[in-house]
Design a protein around this ligand. Structure first.
Ligand code: PHE
Length: 460
């Protein structure tokens, strides 16, 4: 395919990179917690509905814009609406990338630490003795372990710095040799490991009860909040609303079928979320850990190590799982930072290395503040939240939806008239039976739905 090194080199690579961006902590860490709190399959159904009516159209809107201009998020709006204020959407995307990137780096750092501890067998050091004596002692063992780890200031910061350096290495490699190569290796691995873990947990005694729970919808748990959470989850897990997909699709060749790509990416991301559910809920049921709330750090860093402890060879399973989580997080965080790197490269003509260093230096400061939110700065609160908590809720609940709303309104109402149709049909060379409905969703349905998410809290 493309010879241009600023384009993805193959169709598979382009899909791996975009799936790599979408599949991350959002699917493995956030999704099961949301599903548990919001009625299992009822949440899953709502989420799938949101992906169809909101996720796919917004993704196509971003892809159309990026592929048309071949520029970063800021440059795209500057080029398509010269002299207008729409470039502010690009700026908001870059700011969101910084904010999400800063805490995402920290959680990726935790993952790396756990991977390191699992591989070096330190993760289970001392756990068996405690579990033997008290039966359920493993529970408090892993809780204390995580608490102790995140509340010490230095170690998490060191791992965050390692993740930042890994990002610089990948991003300096560029589109084909960095991002695409990383995704080509890690994404298939992730699917294989996930399927293997799924087979394992499904064969556990009593797993059926968990599976049954996950697939039986409890519609009584659906409230207006559930709907809002499902929509928020859609944005976050499909990497929408911060220009990531504008940036990535600038590297798509002109022949790429955008509709097909967006459907494949959304489907893969949803399949990963479902597979994760099929790993977690049966395992949790089999070991009688249903009472555990899967919220926040609990699931990945406490419940799962405990589940692995009940299996033969816990170190092996824990290493495999944290390698999987690290792979998913790394390919996502790289896509988050590429938004800022691409901006510096195209706007200021920086080399990629210089752009990476310029991007990561302020990020290092922000990430350190996020990491210290669990230790030294634990009591420093803004609007009652720690810096980590504030950045998380500000981005997911406000910045992502606002930017996505702006993108839909721009493309639907203000962009050059035939842009959307031309991109969806590759300038008329591709038959697209769904073009009409996609354009309707981008112009009307998606903006209305997003406005509902944003305004709902005001009516409570
Ligand atoms: N989609 C990623 C995840 O699920 C997170 C992300 C958000 C990546 C926004 C890029 C942009 O973890």
């Amino acid at each position: 395919m493309a010879e241009n090194k600023n384009q993805f080199g193959s169709k598979l690579g382009l899909i791996a990179a975009t799936v790599g961006s979408a599949v991350g902590l959002g699917n493995i860490w956030r999704f099961p917690a949301e599903a548990q709190a919001n009625g299992g399959a009822a949440f899953l159904l709502l989420y799938i509905l949101c992906v169809l009516v909101l996720g796919v159209p917004v993704m196509l809107a971003e892809m159309s814009l990026g592929r048309r201009t071949g520029l970063d998020a800021y440059g795209t709006f500057k080029k398509l609406a010269p002299g207008k204020k729409w470039f502010l959407l690009g700026c908001s995307g870059i700011a969101t990338a910084y904010f999400i990137g800063s805490y995402y780096m920290v959680v990726t750092g935790w993952t790396l630490e756990y991977l390191f501890e699992a591989v070096t067998t330190q993760l289970y050091h001392g756990a068996e003795a405690i579990a033997d004596v008290t039966g359920s002692g493993a529970d408090s063992f892993f809780q204390a372990r995580m608490d102790e780890y995140i509340s010490t200031p230095v170690r998490p910061v060191i791992f965050t710095v390692i993740v930042i350096v890994a990002n610089i290495i990948v991003l300096t490699g560029g589109v084909q040799k960095g991002i695409e190569r990383l995704s080509n290796i890690l994404m298939p691995m992730l699917f294989v490991v996930l399927v293997a873990m799924c087979c394992l947990t499904l064969s556990l005694p009593g797993a059926g009860a968990g599976l049954k729970w996950f697939f039986s919808p409890d519609f009584s748990k659906i409230t207006s909040d559930t709907v809002i959470n499902a929509m928020g989850q859609t944005f976050f897990s499909l990497s929408l609303g911060m220009g990531t997909l504008i940036t990535y699709s600038a590297y798509y060749p002109k022949s790429t079928n955008l509709t097909q790509t967006s459907v494949i990416v959304s489907m893969m991301s949803t399949i990963v979320a479902v597979l994760v559910g099929m790993v977690i809920f049966p395992a949790v049921a089999s070991f009688g850990l249903e009472h555990h709330s899967l919220v926040g750090t609990t699931l990945v860093f406490q419940t799962l190590p405990e589940v692995f402890m009940c299996l033969p060879c816990p170190t092996f399973w824990a290493s495999l799982f944290f390698a999987l989580l690290f792979a998913a997080a790394l390919t996502s965080v790289v896509s988050i930072m590429e938004v800022a790197v691409a901006f510096l490269v195209s706007h200021f003509h920086f080399s990629r290395l210089k752009a990476c260093v310029f991007t990561m230096t302020p990020l290092l400061l922000l990430s350190t503040l996020c990491s210290l939110s669990f230790s030294t700065l634990k009591d420093f609160k803004i609007f009652g939240m720690t810096i980590f908590g504030l950045l998380d809720s500000l981005t997911t609940n406000i910045m992502l939806p606002v930017t996505a709303l702006g993108v839909c309104i721009f493309l639907g109402w203000f962009a050059p008239k035939h842009l959307m149709k031309e991109e969806l049909t590759n300038n008329g060379t591709l038959r697209n039976r769904f073009a009409g409905i996609i354009i309707f969703l981008i112009k009307f349905a998606a903006p209305l739905l997003i406005l509902t998410i944003l305004l709902a809290p005001l009516f409570r």
